[in-house]
Design a protein around this ligand. Structure first.
Ligand code: PMV
Length: 356
């Protein structure tokens, strides 16, 4: 047995955790999944993963970590192998109990399968919350939310960097930044209390321009920053962007928010375009949609902005009070560019929740 704690049986838990969309992007890392610059994101609500983990006592606890994994009700051995690798890398340091049990993990996404939406942030954060919860059950610990989600953020980060930000409501910053004394490279911190009300209900419609697999994995993308001649300037720019954005988010300054958010998205794509090898991650439809959003904003003076992840899909951000006008515009002018007309209507959300 890996600890002196009594091995309990029939332990289980379930958590739902959302994806997030970065406003200042994390792109470039070092060490054990540590960011080269601080980033900030909105936590989403609709794009989420539900994960259930149950533990079964092992007959021989000294053996390797054992996982049975199913996605959408179907066994998935290649995911199971990835999860075993991840759990093996964190067990000794963070969860010695993992060696005492066989883990049965069932996971599903609330958003359509193969929609081109990255699910690593929601899936890793849902798994991290389950692991922290089971640890508490095993050692009979009830820790406060702050301690619980700090550890959940560290574990999420080790699984997928950007996932560190998903465990907090509304908005989170990950990475050490001089303007936030509590910030850290090892975990994210929630910054919801520093948000103007207009951002607490911000809409985020995700236009699925292409549902294809990403042409470059984020692991490879981060690695390409190492040889990128603009990298040092980029990290400096990200730190300035975050300083300015924190003020705009507090003051409800939509114009500055939009300017920084769009600059950041275009910078991420520009960095990929000038990497070696280079990647163009937008599609023709992405560009057409970006141009239309800019025109609409100028013509009607409505604060609607775009951002993108490392792919072609467009996130359309706007205050809730413009829902009617912007929805009409999206349906009439942007939907034709979406793969099978697919749009996920999302908004700023409240972070992970335990499924009872
Ligand atoms: O968490 P990763 O390693 O998949 O990196 C994702 C990075 C971006 O999504 C492109 C930006 C971000 O900060 O979320």
């Amino acid at each position: 047995m890996s600890s002196s704690i009594e091995i309990k049986n029939n332990l289980k838990t379930g958590w739902e955790s959302p994806s997030n969309i970065a406003l200042v992007k994390y792109w470039g890392k070092h060490g054990r999944q540590l960011p080269n610059n601080a980033s900030i994101s909105f936590t989403l609500s609709q794009a989420a993963t539900r994960t259930f983990v149950s533990l079964e006592k092992k007959t021989n606890p000294e053996e390797a970590i054992e996982v049975v994994f199913s996605f959408d009700g179907k066994p998935n051995n290649s995911f199971a192998a990835k999860i075993v690798k991840f759990l093996t890398s964190i067990a000794d340091e963070y969860f010695p109990y993992l060696k005492d049990y066989k883990l049965n993990i069932e996971s599903s996404n609330s958003f359509p399968h193969s929609s081109g939406i990255a699910s690593s942030a929601s899936s890793m954060s849902a798994l991290a919350c389950c692991l922290c919860d089971l640890e508490n059950q095993i050692i009979g610990k009830t820790n406060d939310d702050k301690t619980f989600f700090k550890k959940a953020s560290i574990i999420s980060r080790l699984g997928s960097g950007s996932a560190a930000r998903s465990v907090f409501a509304q908005a989170a910053v990950w990475g050490k930044h001089t303007d936030l004394s509590e910030s850290s490279d090892e975990y994210a911190i929630g910054v919801d209390t520093s948000l103007h009300p207009v951002f607490k209900t911000m809409q985020n419609d995700i236009l699925i321009i292409s549902a294809d697999e990403k042409s470059v994995s984020s692991t490879a993308g981060h690695a390409l920053m190492e040889g990128n001649p603009y990298a040092p300037v980029r990290y400096e720019q990200a730190n300035h962007s975050l300083s300015k954005l924190l003020i705009a988010l507090k003051e409800g300054d939509l114009e500055t928010f939009g300017k920084i958010t769009e600059d950041e998205a275009l910078t991420l794509h520009a960095l990929m375009m000038c990497s070696d090898p280079s990647y163009i991650l937008m599609e023709e439809g992405s560009l057409a949609v970006i141009k239309k959003i800019k025109k609409f904003r100028e013509k009607y003076n409505i604060p609607v902005y775009f951002t993108l992840d490392a792919g072609p899909n467009i996130h359309v951000l706007y205050p809730e009070k413009y829902d009617k006008e912007v929805s009409q515009f999206i349906i009439a002018e942007l939907k034709p560019y979406c793969h099978q007309g697919r749009i996920i209507r999302d908004k700023v959300g409240n972070g992970p929740s335990k499924i009872s």
